[in-house]
Design a protein around this ligand. Structure first.
Ligand code: SF4
Length: 64
């Protein structure tokens, strides 16, 4: 599972971080960071998928 963010779209609103805080982090400059290794946990993967569909600007893309 590999996640990428389109930085031209992401505005740092933090919706994804609210859903999957173990995967997403927003720094003080509202820059999104994604962990290098997504935990191999079905519950986390489900939250990642929810984050993708919940992103208001659809900035997240998943490659499996
Ligand atoms: S929900 Fe979308 S726009 Fe908001 S921080 Fe996450 S990737 Fe960026």
């Amino acid at each position: 599972m590999k996640l990428t963010v389109d930085r031209n779209l992401c505005d740092g609103n933090g919706v994804c971080m609210g859903i999957a805080p173990e995967v997403f982090d927003i720094d003080d400059d509202l820059t999104l960071h994604i962990v290098d290794e997504i935990p191999d946990d079905p519950a986390v993967h489900a939250r990642v998928r929810q984050s993708i569909t919940s992103c208001p600007v659809l900035a997240l893309t998943l490659e499996e």
